[in-house]
Design a protein around this ligand. Sequence first.
Ligand code: FES
Length: 101
Amino acid sequence: MRLRLCHVNEIVDDRLLAEMPDSGDPVLVIRDAQGVHVVDALCPHQYAPLLGGELADGILTCPMHHWRFDVRTGQSPDMPVCLQRWDAIVDDGWVWLTGDD
Ligand code: FES
């Protein structure tokens, strides 16, 4: 699978709310020193939008109840919950979702 998600220039202030090309579901694109990460735009707890969450050292904190997620793995460092994430690469300025079909 290889789906074009967005252009890197669309990512402003380290993040972008985008839509999955196949479903239209919202996803959060995050750019940091480690690269580009694509995660669910909604918190798995009570579905708060994560776009406004604090991001520090790869840890995204939900603005509603402060659950934390590592955007590189989706795992919470605090509890056994996981934020859905997708493999992504940057190629020729575009962010692509990759992975098995
Ligand atoms: S909705 Fe995100 S921690 Fe509760």
